[in-house]
Design a protein around this ligand. Structure first.
Ligand code: ZN
Length: 58
């Protein structure tokens, strides 16, 4: 561990700010992420994909 004076903060992982949480899976949605706002629900990308269906001939 380097002393504080020599520590290069550029290599720190940027601290992601949580914007809200997905109302379906409860995952954090971070500032800068895209998400879906449907009525009063916030839905993350992963969940919206699971809702997506392809209309197929049966
Ligand atoms: Zn989700």
């Amino acid at each position: 561990m380097l002393p504080d004076c020599c520590y290069d903060y550029r290599y720190e992982a940027p601290i992601a700010k949580i914007f809200t949480t997905c109302d379906v899976c409860g995952e954090s949605i971070f500032v800068g992420d895209s998400y879906y706002k449907i009525e009063n629900l916030s839905i993350c990308n992963d969940c919206i994909n699971s809702f997506k269906e392809i209309a197929e001939e049966v």
